[in-house]
Design a protein around this ligand. Structure first.
Ligand code: MG
Length: 378
């Protein structure tokens, strides 16, 4: 597949914050992907919660396997659209690097603890990880990734944060939030592939954990269609094979839907360059019917899985762990490791505490909490 004119071209990248000689054998986006895979933050994703805690079962998704599934879906769709697969993979593998332990519970607690100190946003934290917190290179902090990869990592950004970024880096990755523009198509695709991935794997994990029943899902139109199709093709199918076949059919249809709807949107917009993509509407889309079906599925998962009493109970304990840790470090900075104590003089103690806690894996946070408070919550 040849590169489409609206795809990002690594040879025409806006470049890195610190300029570096080009690599002899790899494109700039391949290099970004490789740097992400070798980072410490990437390895930590294996012990970070998506919905279920890592220790609740060996076969549930973690942030790492989630990120791999987003990369797979993104590359698969991107290849059909003539987009840059290396860039898609880089953005997908990095999109959750800033996630706290314990999933969204952690994000909310840190944001609350940081209320008077600039707040906490996991998207902005992902950018902070690749721009600053990774310490591997002699010449710069972070991974010094290409503009296009960083643009994709910063999916959302509150206006005040975008203004702050714009001051530090005029015309940089914060600018589009102030101008109301879009990121490149590879980034837009990762955003939608993220939704496709978690909807599907949360159904899978939800049923396998016993918190959801396959029968309950019959009330969700999107799932119901594929469940019926699977049973029509294989009337005796049941249990985990029925679940897998239903999800497989749902994933395929969503992939085809995105390819068709996006092709049509690109064609209708007439975009012929990345800059025109940035000035256009969002172009990587579901068809209207699939958009409403996916939103309905999200609503179902919210009500029946993310709000399930068992998930909520875990969430409350996770919140306490992180709230206690933040209070302890903020009161007594000698409890922080040396590098975070040093960082606190430049960035403020509270930001150093947030960076340290956000980087923890679930089990490290649990152990650290136990050590500092004597309480066993998990
Ligand atoms: Mg994600």
């Amino acid at each position: 597949m040849t590169r489409a004119p609206y795809a990002c071209d690594p040879q025409r990248s806006r470049g890195r914050r610190v300029s570096e000689p080009t690599a002899p054998t790899r494109s700039e986006f391949q290099r970004d992907r490789d740097r992400i895979i070798h980072s410490t933050a990437f390895r930590r994703l294996v012990y970070k919660t998506q919905v279920f805690l890592n220790h609740e079962g060996d076969l549930f998704r973690t942030r790492l396997t989630h990120s791999l599934e987003v990369a797979q879906l993104g590359r698969s769709i991107g290849r059909s659209l003539g987009l840059d697969e290396d860039l898609i993979e880089a953005v997908a593998l990095a999109h959750d690097l800033g996630h706290t332990p314990f999933g969204h519970a952690g994000q909310d607690v840190l944001d609350e603890c940081m209320k008077a100190h600039g707040g906490f946003e996991h998207n902005l934290q992902s950018l902070r990880v690749v721009d600053k917190l990774e310490q591997r290179y002699p010449a710069f902090d972070g991974l010094n990734l290409s503009f296009e990869t960083r643009e994709g990592i910063l999916k959302h950004c509150a206006r005040r944060n975008a203004q702050r970024l714009e001051q530090l880096e005029p015309g940089g990755v914060g600018a589009r939030f102030l101008l109301g523009q879009q990121p490149n198509l590879e980034a837009q695709l990762c955003n939608l592939a993220d939704e496709v991935a978690y909807n599907a794997h949360d159904i899978d994990d939800g049923v396998r954990s016993g918190l959801l029943e396959l029968e309950q899902l019959e009330s969700v139109p999107l799932v119901q269609n594929y469940l019926r199709e699977a049973l029509a093709a294989y009337p005796a199918l049941k249990g985990k094979r029925l679940l897998a076949e239903t999800i497989r059919r749902m994933l395929s249809e969503q992939v085809y839907d995105i390819i068709d709807a996006t092709r049509a949107a690109i064609h209708a917009s007439g975009v012929a360059s990345v800059d025109e993509v940035r000035r256009a509407e969002v172009l990587v889309v579901f068809s209207p019917a699939m958009r409403s079906a996916s939103t309905e599925l999200k609503r179902f998962l919210f009500a029946h899985l993310y709000r399930h009493p068992q998930v909520q109970a875990t969430r409350q304990r996770a919140e306490q762990v992180l709230r206690d840790l933040f209070r302890i470090y903020a009161q007594d900075e000698s409890q922080l490791p040396q590098e975070y104590r040093e960082a606190s003089s430049a960035e403020g103690l509270h930001r150093a505490c947030a960076d340290y806690i956000a980087g923890m894996t679930d089990r490290f946070a649990i152990r650290e909490h136990q050590k500092l408070t004597g309480l066993t919550l998990f």
